[in-house]
Design a protein around this ligand. Structure first.
Ligand SMILES: Nc1ncnc2c1ncn2[C@@H]1O[C@H](COP(=O)(O)OP(=O)(O)OP(=O)(O)O)[C@@H](O)[C@H]1O
Length: 423
């Protein structure tokens, strides 16, 4: 995530609208007004854009599916934008007769609204009000913070129900001072979730002190008392707490002051002594492995490709269809981090075209597709079904009829399973 816009640079406004003509018109308008436009055609693209570079204000259309006028998608996006960042300055865009919808959006936290078709001066005025609002919020936060403008909130990307549940828990627990134990595979986003919780907490102006239990040369080593002390007033993040030997866990428990907020991460809770688990795990959050997040793998791959594009100045067109299928079924050794590294490598070494399966270091040969036996030994029933369906689709070049025949399913049944698993 980049740092917020420095005061001297032009204000940055994110437009979320599925109409290209609107983007073109706003680009001209903002260009004249000295406002930088960031464009997103869909809400998911917008969350990725915000993670890469924060916006000072957001213009949000409320309908993204042709023929829809009730704004459900826009309201869901508004809730997510404000859930991720309660200080977000959002102006909603509604149709000509949408005054009731506009009022409901303001009740839901939007700062203002504009109605299509709009007058240019009206849009600019609303955007400027939103920018001023955001600036005021930042100044107040900076006064509280003492050491400058606060960073934007970390964002957990993903549209799967599994990630919705994680975001919901993060949102509920963040503003409290409850201790949280985050369980899940290495690289799945546990530290990112910890940052989001700290950022949303009343202790966000204090330090997030990170201690890695793996850093101890000997698992019997103690967690430094001085570090624990530093976290008073902020949050203590104990990473990989399951790597501490039981004796060290006991000593750690004895040293934890009563008034400190603790977030701990571990792969599983089994190695934890019950008293430590009870102390750090007032709320437990299970971070699902990427293979349980359906189409999130592709969504994250696109996000990491955009991030690498920005970081290395190398353009990327996207992913080849077979690479997309492979992404949906690959279990990376380091979960989300493994995916991020593979995508970044592909962008760095690629020629700016479409990223192939081979570019991602994934075997293109059908023989390498998982066999039912291999699948069954490591995954649960749901995951096995997803991997088998994806592998059959891959073997048949995404020909649904052929894949359905191989799986002994009707085409309709296969389509249902594809929808269920986000394939
Ligand atoms: N849902 C997500 N959205 C965006 N980025 C993510 C998401 N999950 C993970 N990442 C990114 O993947 C990388 C690994 O995540 P993170 O460091 O939080 O993992 P972790 O579970 O704490 O692993 P470890 O403890 O081994 O470092 C980070 O760069 C993080 O920003």
């Amino acid at each position: 995530m980049d740092s917020p816009t420095p005061p001297s640079s032009p204000p940055r406004v994110l437009l979320i609208d599925d109409d290209r003509d609107v983007h073109q018109a706003v680009a001209v308008l903002f260009g004249r007004a000295g406002i930088e436009l960031v464009s997103a055609m869909q809400p998911e693209e917008a969350y990725s854009a915000l993670e890469l570079a924060p916006a000072d204000a957001i213009l949000l259309d409320l309908n993204f599916t042709r023929g829809r006028t009730h704004g459900e998608e826009g309201f869901a996006a508004l809730a997510r934008l404000l859930g991720d960042d309660p200080d977000a300055a959002v102006v909603v865009i509604t149709g000509h007769s949408g005054i009731r919808i506009a009022v409901a959006a303001m009740q839901a936290g939007a700062i203002d609204f504009v109605m299509k078709p709009w007058r240019n001066d009206e849009v600019l005025e609303r955007v400027r009000v939103a920018l001023a609002h955001r600036q005021r919020r930042r100044e107040i936060a900076a006064l509280r913070q003492h050491d400058g403008i606060p960073a934007d909130p970390p964002r957990l990307l993903g549209a799967s129900p599994a990630m919705e549940r994680v975001r919901d828990l993060v949102r509920r627990v963040g503003p409290t001072t409850a201790n949280v134990l985050i369980l899940g595979p290495a690289g799945s986003g546990r530290t990112l979730a910890s940052r989001a919780i700290h950022h949303a907490s009343p202790r966000a102006t204090g330090e997030l002190v990170m201690l890695d239990a793996r850093a101890a040369a000997d698992p019997r080593d103690d967690v430094a008392a001085a570090d624990i002390e530093r976290a008073s007033g902020g949050t203590l993040l104990l990473r990989h707490v399951d790597r501490l030997a039981e004796v060290a866990q006991g000593r750690l428990l004895a040293r934890l002051p009563a008034d400190i907020r603790i977030i701990a991460t571990a792969e599983t809770a089994e190695p934890l002594i019950p008293a430590l688990r009870a102390r750090v795990g007032t709320v437990e959050i299970a971070m699902p492995p990427l293979t349980q997040r359906g189409a999130d793998a592709l969504l994250l791959a696109r996000h990491f490709a955009r991030a690498a594009e920005r970081r290395h100045g190398k353009p990327v067109l996207g992913f080849m269809p077979e690479a997309e299928t492979a992404l949906a079924v690959t279990s990376w050794s380091d979960d989300v981090r493994g995916l991020a590294q593979a995508v970044e490598r592909a962008v760095v070494l690629g020629d700016g075209g479409l990223i192939s399966e081979a570019d991602l270091g994934l075997g293109p040969s059908p023989a390498e597709a998982p066999s039912p036996a291999a699948v069954a030994s490591t995954l649960n029933l749901e995951e096995s079904e997803r991997v088998l369906v994806a592998a059959a689709l891959k073997r048949h070049g995404f020909n649904v009829s052929h894949a359905a025949e191989e799986l002994g399913l009707s085409r309709a049944a296969l389509y249902r399973r594809m929808a269920k698993h986000g394939l």
